[in-house]
Design a binder for this molecule. Structure first.
Ligand code: SF4
Ligand code: SF4
Length: 344
């Protein structure tokens, strides 16, 4: 959508979000809690962090909660009555400050969640959430979104896109809903001029040159011949099987479904699961096709960098670097994959 661009003063952002919140939107923002930058529901007076790298945790949990009720059921007469749990978002919500890599991660999750079946729990939250994305000014030490084509800029899939160009944010409009949001608070926005657009382009260029890590994606096709590479065992031996890399990943979407019963009543809920955990592929009767950690390690990497691409035409890794950030034994995705494929 070719649209006018705008600017908003950095000092006005909290008041702007406060006004949006009063317009009956739930607003989620990056803010500091106990020294970490996290996405949390906006409250008046809350500090909105705009000069940080990517928040510690991705905003995936707002679309695919760690635990989500699916169905409630209770005994009625000789049978059971089931009702779909009302856990889906039924009001409009604004997610401010989401980074391009995390927008790409949501685009990844969209694919399986509207493939054979529509996952209404997830898709309703996606449909009701406006994406107010923010390009990164400072890639983290382990970021490689530029290698994956997922940053530092964003071409589409946003309602508004902000870039910090000094004492103001440059605002690109992606959808009519984004423009409507601007129209609800026009006093905060000025029309951008050519100088602002130039400052934005210069900022994006500057950030593109700041990445310390590069995954050699041109050589990823070699993975299909590297299934028996000894490096997988090296990684598996080092791994302590904590599952942190799964849980922190913005594009990991696997879940487990359990029924919890309370007397005659019950709840069916789903919770995040992770392919690095031993029980992930354990079946009824105890058989486990991925008993050894090296098999689970390969599954994770091949799903991220080959299988998902074979099925959906894009990688399931967006290069956010969080799995490397949180790994307690410093298993560095870029270093190991480059070693396996003979990359840069
Ligand atoms: S695999 Fe690692 S770098 Fe890739 S998206 Fe997941 S957490 Fe980020
Ligand atoms: S975070 Fe590191 S140690 Fe934990 S499961 Fe992942 S690779 Fe293994």
């Amino acid at each position: 959508m070719a649209e006018k661009a705008y600017t908003v003063k950095l000092g006005d952002v909290s008041r702007l979000l406060g006004k949006i919140a009063k317009e009956k939107y739930d607003v989620i923002v990056p803010t500091t809690q106990d020294g970490d930058v996290l996405y949390l529901p906006f409250k008046d007076g809350m500090g909105v962090v705009m000069d940080h790298g990517n928040p510690l945790t991705p905003p995936k949990e707002f679309f695919l909660p760690q635990t989500d009720e699916l169905v409630k059921y209770k005994k009625e007469g000789k049978g059971f009555k089931a009702e779909v749990a009302k856990s889906s978002l039924d009001c409009k919500r604004v997610l401010f400050g989401i980074r391009p890599c995390d927008v790409h991660a949501l685009m990844c999750i969209d694919l399986p969640f509207k493939d054979t079946y529509d996952d209404s729990y997830y898709l309703q939250k996606r449909a009701n959430t406006l994406i107010l994305a923010m390009t990164c000014n400072e890639p983290g030490d382990n970021c490689f979104c530029a290698s994956m084509g997922c940053g530092p800029d964003l071409d589409d899939n946003y309602d508004l896109l902000f870039t910090n160009i000094g004492d103001m944010l440059y605002v690109k409009v992606g959808t009519d809903e984004g423009k409507n949001l601007i129209d609800t608070a026009p006093e905060f926005f000025d029309e951008a001029d050519k100088k602002d657009a130039k400052a934005r382009s210069a900022k994006i260029k500057e950030v593109e040159n700041k990445f310390k890590r590069k995954l050699d994606t041109k050589k990823l096709g070699r993975l299909k011949d590297k299934f028996d590479d000894p490096t997988w065992q090296e990684m598996a031996d080092r791994c302590i099987k904590c599952g942190g890399c799964n849980y922190i990943c913005p594009s990991c979407y696997c879940f487990n479904v359990v029924d919890r019963t309370y007397g005659d009543d019950g709840v069916r809920e789903r919770s995040w699961d992770g392919c690095m955990l031993e029980g992930f592929t354990r079946m009824a009767g105890g058989a486990n096709p991925r008993q050894a950690n090296v098999e689970r390690m390969k599954q994770r990497y091949y799903h991220k960098l080959q299988y998902f691409n074979d099925r959906y035409g894009r990688h399931l890794c967006v290069g956010c670097g969080r799995c490397t950030d949180v790994c307690p034994v410093e298993i560095n995705m870029v270093d190991y994959v480059n070693k396996i494929i003979g990359g840069a």
